[in-house]
Design a protein around this ligand. Sequence first.
Ligand SMILES: Nc1ncnc2c1ncn2[C@@H]1O[C@H](COP(=O)(O)OP(=O)(O)O)[C@@H](O)[C@H]1O
Ligand SMILES: O=C(O)C1=C[C@@H](OP(=O)(O)O)[C@@H](O)[C@H](O)C1
Ligand SMILES: [Mg+2]
Length: 544
Amino acid sequence: MRSLDESRVEINKIDKQLIKLLQDRLKVVVDVGIYKKNNGMEIYQSDRENEVIETIINSLDTGIEFYAYRFMATLMDISRDFQHKQIGYSSHDIPKSLNKFKCGLIGNVLSHSLSPRIHNDFFNMFNIDGSYSLFQVPESKSRGIVQSLKTLGIDAANVTIPYKEVVMPQLDEISEDAIRIGSVNTIKLVNGKSYGYNTDYFGIGAMFEKGEVDIKGNDFYVLGSGGSAKSVIRYLKDKEAKNITVVTRNIQAATTFLGDIVNDIIDYNQMKNILNSYCVINTTPVGMYPNVDNTPIDSTIIKKFEVAVDLVYRPVNTQFLIEAKNQGLRTVSGLYMLVAQAVKSEEIWLNIPCTKKIIEKLFDMLSKYLEITKESLFLVGFMGAGKTTVGEKLALSLNIPFKDCDEFICNKYGMTIADIFEQYGEEYFRQIEAEALIELNSLGPAIIATGGGCVTNNTSKNFLMSKNCVYLKYGIDTLYARIKGDANRPLVDNKENLDKRLKTRDVLYQEVAKGVIECENLSVLNIVDLIINRLEQDNAYKNY
Ligand SMILES: Nc1ncnc2c1ncn2[C@@H]1O[C@H](COP(=O)(O)OP(=O)(O)O)[C@@H](O)[C@H]1O
Ligand SMILES: O=C(O)C1=C[C@@H](OP(=O)(O)O)[C@@H](O)[C@H](O)C1
Ligand SMILES: [Mg+2]
């Protein structure tokens, strides 16, 4: 038999040949694509593909038919994708050889989860036809979680607070690691059977490494004793932390399942007796959105540590981490862990190796997204500039809510803008518009389309100057063409008067806006892209 080294040399040789063949194949594939394009033929011809696959498989008698089938199906997928990208030829629909991959997150409060974003970015990155949903389950129904996934034909799931332990007895099989850790955050369903894994452990390791937390020989305080705490504790133990103390509200319960692993279990009150120590890790949900002002321990205790880690990632800078930073501690956010555990789950589900490069890329994308959606963005500009139209698309693209100030006012007062103008006059409208802008801003980050005249009111103007504001700029010709004869806009007048109005307002728009987009001849999507690029540049985002 070959030695391991010899086998590896052989494998490397074969892989090299395979990749060379793939390269040759893709070249031919492009020629085929160009031919089809020039002759108006569909790129995807299922008969031909099936014939190719069948011929190959029928010539095999080695028991690898199934794998050969999968290999060929994937190869066809890759070829179509490459063809499509190289020659920009889009057949009406490019069917996938695999069914849509359906997965999601199970928990009881999920509205602010970032997991759908990470996994959807992952699917886009690998051109996978997948969907990641939120499955919110009340505690009273938690006993039927795994059965429901089977019933619905879901392929895979992540599990979060408070069900990481609850799902364990419901699973058909659990990996050794997950049993050892005592919690499951990843489920895979194959042929009606359910398998449980733990990728939190991996994520925690990746986060500690990224945050340069030294574990061996150091002392740790872990706040909380739930499913996430267990993964943290197991990791600390494996990496030879010197002392691990769990801080919990329920000492008795924690002692039964953690008593053997950790050095001590104390309650929050006892923390005041701690002398200086190395690291404190929050594994509780305290401080998570919307209760962003809460912190699991106060600064008099935080200052006894050198490093603070928070598994809460929404907001990224939790009150706990803010106070820690103020006390001079080094801080580590749980965001990296979130991404790392997600990529590790994908490895289990789809066999795509979880590399540092993929984690870093997705982490960068997520960090950018969080940075630019931290506060509301206001769109200003003249009537017809596309504030509403662009705003809707921009919000969709950033996955944050869209609010239109005119629409908000109509709903609030149960009247059209034109009626408000007619019955109460412009002055009154400007006042309620200023109040509406302030109210909209207080409802959390969103893209907010303002009304074209709001800048003429001092309250609105001063308010907008303190916010993130973008001006959609056009000349009067385009604007007039868009709005003339629109009865819903009370101030639409003849072109000369409108041009005068635009000239006075143009100065005010420039004054309030942090950025001006020259929109003439640009499509809505072009404008959306320009705004996103600008937001990204402005935020040349921070190091978490
Ligand atoms: N970039 C664009 N290219 C072409 N048409 C646009 C563009 N932006 C907006 N429009 C069109 O102009 C009209 C006015 O847009 P709207 O969003 O109502 O402007 P606003 O809210 O600023 O008054 C709409 O019919 C919209 O479809
Ligand atoms: O320019 C203006 O003075 C106005 C613009 C309108 O919004 P749009 O800019 O969306 O048309 C609306 O607020 C109102 O008719 C007044
Ligand atoms: Mg509008």
